[in-house]
Design a binder for this molecule. Structure first.
Ligand code: ADP
Ligand code: MG
Length: 326
């Protein structure tokens, strides 16, 4: 079982930011409104996430670390089969198989907090009473300590931390109502206070820069069942790096060729010297019109009416840019 965990972990737990992604998603699933993320040495030494969500009861602690799937593998030949199993319900088990993981939690209706931990191949979770406010802390130490090959693929602490920072930006631009704090080596690097819907621009300014929000063109366009709102940088405000593109479809971050193309086309030849459009955009449409599960990890999306969506995005952005230009 532990071999299966390690292989499955390899598929999704590629680097520290993959761990952060899974843990943050769990915290948000648990209804947390505050998350504090502590990173040490780019995440290779420690990734710790503290939340004020619903918590895990004592009885469920060990279960949360156990692999749900009953798949057995005899050899590496079964790798293909494992890939197709996907990853749902296995994040904590997989992370714990390649790290020293401690899960500490206290649901509001439980008097005492409890802690469970497992280490690498030893999948027997140990339980002990602990001291912890309502909510959950997941502490992942020494990532890949038992998988040297994978450890070798890690880049510098700075690069690994940048991946985490970028991931947090994506989350910060979709959950304005949640307070997010990111510390690296004991120093606060990011702090995104919760904002209500009237102050979304404050969150965007913190994530992107106040220069972006000061110069960006705000848009909010509705057409039939489609709505596109957000901010696009004017052509001369766009950057050379491709690191300022945020597009959300019904609240989920997407990186989709068709959508990228529509936005690039909206800028037309106003964009020169290899600048890349910079934007934070939110597309909203009926859930039945879109399949965001095509490839969650690759952030691809499939629309029922792809052509219409493409043209709507193209025209809305073009119109916004034209208004500003004239
Ligand atoms: P999944 O999220 O797909 O259910 P995971 O392995 O990521 O699988 O998590 C296993 C279980 O542990 C979750 O279903 C949840 O019950 C519990 N859990 C994990 N993290 C938290 C958290 N931060 N707060 C509350 N429950 C959590
Ligand atoms: Mg999960």
């Amino acid at each position: 079982i532990s071999l299966a965990n390690q292989i499955a972990a390899g598929e999704v737990i590629e680097r520290p930011s993959s761990v952060v992604k899974e843990l943050v998603e769990n915290s948000l699933d648990a209804g947390a409104m505050q998350l504090v993320i502590d990173i040490e040495k780019g995440g290779r030494r420690r990734i710790r996430i503290r939340d004020n969500g619903s918590g895990v009861s004592k009885d469920e602690l060990a279960l949360a670390l156990a692999r749900h799937a009953t798949s057995k593998i005899a050899s590496l030949d079964d790798l293909e089969a494992i890939q197709s199993l996907g990853f749902r319900g296995e994040a904590l088990a997989s992370i714990s198989s390649v790290s020293r993981l401690t899960l500490t939690s206290k649901p509001a209706d439980q008097q005492q907090a409890w802690r469970a931990w497992v280490e690498g191949r030893d999948m027997q979770a140990e339980l002990a009473p602990a001291s912890h406010p309502n909510g959950t802390t997941v502490d992942v130490e020494d990532l890949f300590f038992n998988t040297p090959a994978r450890r070798k693929f890690l880049r510098t602490d700075k690069t690994e931390f940048n991946h985490i920072d970028e991931l947090l930006k994506r989350i910060a631009l979709s959950r304005f109502d949640v307070r997010l704090t990111l510390n690296h080596n004991q120093k606060m690097v990011r702090n995104y206070p919760a904002v209500d819907s009237a102050q979304v621009v404050d969150r965007v300014a913190r994530v992107m820069s106040s220069q972006f929000t000061e110069h960006a063109i705000a848009l909010d366009v509705e057409h039939l069942a489609l709505r596109l709102w957000g901010w696009v940088a004017p052509p001369d405000g766009c950057r050379h790096q491709a690191d300022g593109q945020y597009f959300y479809v019904n609240g989920r971050m997407m990186r989709d060729r068709m959508l990228n193309h529509a936005i690039r086309q909206a800028y037309g030849d106003t964009l020169n010297d290899d600048r890349v459009p910079t934007y934070v955009l939110y597309l909203e449409l009926p859930a039945t019109e879109v399949d965001v599960n095509v490839h969650p990890a690759k952030h691809e999306v499939r629309f029922q009416q792809g052509r219409e969506v493409h043209d709507f995005v193209l025209q809305s952005v073009r119109q916004a840019l034209d208004t500003k230009a004239s």
